[in-house]
Each structure stands twice: as C-alpha cells, then as structure tokens.
Design a binder for this molecule. Sequence first.
Ligand code: F6P
Length: 336
Amino acid sequence: MTKIALLTSGGDAPGMNAAIRAIVHSCQHHQYECIGFFHGYNGLLNDEWQALTHADVGNILQFGGTILKSARCPAMCDPKGPKQAANTLRKHQIDALIVIGGDGSFRGLEALKAHWEGQVIGLPGTIDNDLAGSDNTIGFATAVTTATHAIDKIRDTANAFERVFIVEVMGRHSGHIAFNVGLATGAEAILSFENCDPADTAPQLARLISQIQVQQQHNHDSFVIVLAENLWPGGPQALKAQLAEQAGIDSAVCVLGHIQRGGSPAPEDRLLATELGLEAVNAVSRNQDRIMIGKQGSTLQAVPLNGAINDAKPVNGRWVAAHEDVLTEYLIKHSE
Ligand code: F6P
C-alpha cells in the first residue's frame, strides 16, 4: 500500500489545517496510508509522528495554526539532517513526502532528495505569497484580510487624533502583503522593497515628509504609512525618529506582527488549501516528484520545486504604479 507522510514547516499560515484535512481525505479515497510528522522537519529527525485518518482531521479546517505544529529546522541545512530525515522515511517505508510551507521548507525538500529516493511534493503555505508558480499561497488572503481590518481600526483613532501612523506589516523580504494591504486600506504611503531602496532611504524620506506636509496643510485627517518589515534601516522606530528630527512630524508606530499569521482562515484560503491538498495526492498517484502544486488563474499546476523557490514573483506592477499615480495626483491636487 502506498504510504504518504506529511508535515507543516516554517511560519505557519492560516489554511494549513484545511490542506492537511484535504490530503488525509484524499489518501483515504486513494486507499493510501497517511502519517503526519510533528514540528516540521524536527518530527523527521526525532521520529515524532502520528497516523492520520478522517477522525483526526474532523472540525479543523476553520482553525488557524496547524494540528501538526510547525517549526524552523536549521539542522536541515547541514548534510547530517537530511540524511537522518531520509533514514526515518525509509524506516516507515514512506513513498512520498508532502511538505506545506515556504521557500525554506522547500529547500529542505531539495536537500532531502540527495539522500532519499521517494517522491517529494511541496504545497505553498506562507502568508508572504513569495513563491513563484502560484498566484496566491495558502494563508496570504487571510493575512491581508487581518491586516486590512487592523488598519481600518487604526484609521479610526488616527482620524480622531489627526495623526500620522506608521504600520509595519509582515512579508519577510517581499512586498505582497504591504501593497495589497496598503491599497486595500487607502494608505497615503506604502514603503516596500518595490519602491524604496533600503540602502538609500533619503529620497523616500524627503518625499514622505513633503507628502505629509502637503496633506497637513490642506486637511487635518490622518496619514497612514504602510511599511514592509525588514525594509527601513532601524525599523519603524527609526523612521518615526527621522520624521520628528527632520521635519518635526509626530507619528505613532504600530507593528502588526504575528496577528497576521493567526485567526480563522478566509474562505479563499480554505478553498485554495483544499484544492492544492487534493491535487498533491493526485500528483503522488501520477508518480510526480520534486514539484510544487500551485494555482495560476483557475488552473492547478505542478511546477518544479527549484523554480518555485528561485524564480522571482514580483508584486503586481499595476498595483505599484497605481499607488504611485494616486499619490502623485494627490500631491499635485493639494499643492495647486
Ligand atoms: O514567513 C512568514 C513570516 O511570518 C514572515 O512574514 C516573517 O518575516 C517571519 O515569518 C517571522 O518569523 P518568526 O515567527 O520565526 O519570527
């Protein structure tokens, strides 16, 4: 009987449970055995696992987090780690390993392939949406929704106090969350890797100061800056200090942080996770290997794992341009 192992790895993402559920149901449909390893790749290194059946995945798809737990596993970057992981998979006579995670987790799969003959399949699970080969990753829609609702609330108090707010959003090194959330909330400024060079922030700072000043002269509403994490040297507190020092602009800082990773998955994530999970098991039955299952447009597709990791997935250029155009128009209108 074909035996599939599965694990969740790296930063958890809302919808991982829905993917686990779909994989387990599909395994039962195909009459495959399914076992889950806990705590990401650590479960393979420590042989920490559980058999998974329908009964184990009932009533989980509406919850964030992951019933298999997650972790980062630096040991997979050392040749000993993948070797040990391969031994565990052999011991359990696993035919295929499905990993739900981000680029680091997929690198773990690539490393494993050097020592293991079984099939490896990745499912894109990260709030960052930074994997090529799938329009969206599992968890991204929920993170954008959560951050959007949070900034709507910030907007209320910012308006009441006529304040400048710097709101930091997650994304590691990509601006998908920043641009989606910035546009969805009508942020006056979006600072992200796509439109700001972290090695030379002076032009952006000057522009930002002039935008805030123009806005403050012409109305007394709030000014929300959505800032991508890891972009501004010194982080949002440094930006706050620079605004104060260089232009006497007072601002408040809010780091949204890990709330973006939690919460009940949005329907889009539940559906995406379900489709990708079912397709991952179909891919095992087709003997596919070293692939990630993604969805582009309405088409499910298998893409090479190394392409998913290494190919660029830029933020929608129209959105970056739209933000710039809107800002430019806004500035012209207010300086007339
Ligand atoms: O990759 C998901 C993510 O939430 C990133 O957006 C963020 O940079 C990182 O993980 C935070 O990781 P940790 O929870 O380990 O601090």
